[in-house]
Design a protein around this ligand. Structure first.
Ligand SMILES: Cc1cc2nc3c(=O)[nH]c(=O)nc-3n(C[C@H](O)[C@H](O)[C@H](O)COP(=O)(O)O)c2cc1C
Length: 184
C-alpha cells in the first residue's frame, strides 16, 4: 500500500510512520496542530458551483504556487462534504476575507450548524468567469479552474489556475492565529 492510500484514520490514530515515499519518522498529529496554530494565516472562503451544486468551506491552507501562469494551491480534507462537489465542478473561487469576516468564516467552517444549502443565503454573491460564488466584500477573489488534485495524507492538494480575479477595496484582512481571528 502506498502512503497516499493510507486511510486518514491510520494517520490520526497514532501510527506515526510511512508518510513519505520511504518510511520516515514524524511527529504526533496533535503536536503538529499545536505548532501550526502559532502560524498566522489569511482566512479564505473557498466556493464552488456547477453541475454538482454550490458549496464552500473556510480555509487557511491556501498558497501561491506560480505567477506565470497564475497558480494557487488549496488543501481540502477529503472527508469534507465539499470534496465530491468540487471534484465534479472543477472550478473554485478563493475569497480572502476582510477583517470582521469572522461570522462568514464560522459559517463556512460549519461552526454555526447551518446546512450547506443555506450558507449562501442572506449575502449578495457575484460571479466572474467560472460561475463559482464571489463574495463582494472579500479583499481579493481568485476565480480558478482545477488543474490537478493530489491526495496527501488526510487532504487533497488542489492546484488551481487563476482565470480571473477581483480586487476588493484595500483594507485589513482576517487572519487566524493561536486559534483566534485577528486582523492585519
Ligand atoms: C480558520 C479555519 C481554517 C480552516 N482551514 C481549512 C483548510 O485549509 N482546509 C480544510 O480542509 N479545512 C479547513 N478548515 C475546516 C473547514 O472549514 C470545515 O470546518 C471542515 O471542512 C468541515 O466542514 P463540513 O462539516 O462543512 O464538511 C478550517 C476551519 C477554520 C475555522
Amino acid at each position: 500500500m502506498s502512503w497516499i492510500d493510507q486511510r486518514p484514520d491510520d494517520a490520526m490514530m497514532g501510527s506515526f510512520e510511512a508518510i513519505g515515499p520511504e518510511p520516515i519518522a514524524t511527529v504526533a498529529p496533535a503536536q503538529f496542530r499545536e505548532a501550526m496554530s502559532r502560524l498566522g494565516a489569511a482566512v479564505h472562503v473557498v466556493t464552488t458551483a456547477g453541475p454538482a451544486g454550490k458549496a464552500g468551506f473556510t480555509a487557511t491552507a491556501v498558497t501561491s504556487v506560480s505567477d506565470q501562469p497564475a497558480t494557487l494551491l488549496v488543501c481540502l480534507n477529503r472527508r469534507s462534504q465539499v470534496t465530491p462537489i468540487l471534484q465534479e465542478n472543477r472550478v473554485l473561487c478563493i475569497n480572502t476575507l476582510r477583517a470582521g469576516g469572522d461570522p462568514v468564516a464560522d459559517l463556512f467552517a460549519g461552526r454555526t450548524g447551518v446546512p450547506m444549502a443555506e450558507r449562501f443565503a442572506g449575502m449578495d454573491w457575484m460571479s466572474l468567469d467560472t460561475g463559482a460564488p464571489v463574495l463582494p466584500s472579500a479583499v481579493i477573489a481568485f476565480d480558478c479552474r482545477v488543474i490537478e488534485v493530489k491526495a496527501v495524507g488526510t487532504h487533497n492538494v488542489i492546484i488551481a489556475g487563476v482565470v480571473a480575479l477581483r480586487l476588493g477595496e484595500p483594507g485589513p484582512a482576517l487572519v487566524y492565529h493561536e486559534r483566534a481571528y485577528k486582523q492585519v
